[in-house]
Ligand binder design. Structure first.
Ligand SMILES: [Zn+2]
Length: 199
């Protein structure tokens, strides 16, 4: 047996329910659901949907609280270029891009890997980019109670790129700032530090 196995667990009752519905969708769009390549598609699609929405069952504040450490460091901490994949709540199509997060500690720091984890917790739900930005911002603000927190998200939306206006190169940028980042100098310093990634 290999030393590491990444186990995925699915509630089979829910998986079966969603599977039946995907099967109907395949039928309704005019495909042959008995075709060999599609035989297992409803189950795969159901599992993919459950994976991509697992954030509903996860508690981002608990994740942060589990890795907070007392520390006097009080300069800006920046975690940039966090990969982000989410589903837009209007079309259930992916939007994806990068998140940049910064905070100024107020007696506590948090394990660096926890910031990308909470980005995932909020991204793995049906979302709009604006609320996703706000969810991450408020979670860090309420839990870590820092002197300031900033979140910038740049993302491309498949619902715009593949359908609708078909603007294939447009990137949507959203941002939120609390505490010291509401001051223009602090905010500009943060934006400058991440700006190599902003087009
Ligand atoms: Zn959409």
């Amino acid at each position: 047996m290999s030393p590491y196995r990444n186990l995925e667990e699915y509630n089979m009752d829910i998986t079966d329910e969603i599977k039946e519905k995907f099967s109907s969708v395949i039928d309704e769009i005019g495909e042959d659901k008995h075709r060999e390549g599609l035989l297992k598609t409803p189950e795969r699609a159901a599992k993919a949907m459950l994976f991509l929405t697992q954030g509903y069952k996860q508690d981002a504040e608990e994740i942060l609280k589990g890795a907070m450490f007392k520390e006097d460091y009080d300069d800006m901490v920046i975690i940039k270029d966090i990969e982000l994949y989410s589903l837009c709540e209007h079309h259930m199509l992916p939007f994806f891009g990068k998140a940049h997060v910064a905070y100024i500690p107020n007696g506590h720091i948090v394990g660096l890997s926890k910031i990308p984890r909470i980005v995932d917790v909020f991204a793995r739900r049906l979302q709009v980019q604006e609320r996703l930005t706000h969810d991450i911002l408020e979670c860090i603000n309420n839990t870590l109670k820092p002197k300031g927190v900033a979140v910038v998200i740049e993302a491309s939306h498949m619902c715009m790129m593949m359908r609708g206006v078909q603007k294939q190169n447009s990137v949507t940028t959203t941002s939120g700032f609390r505490g010291q980042f509401e001051k223009i100098e602090t905010r500009n310093e943060f934006l400058k530090l991440i700006s190599s990634d902003l087009s």
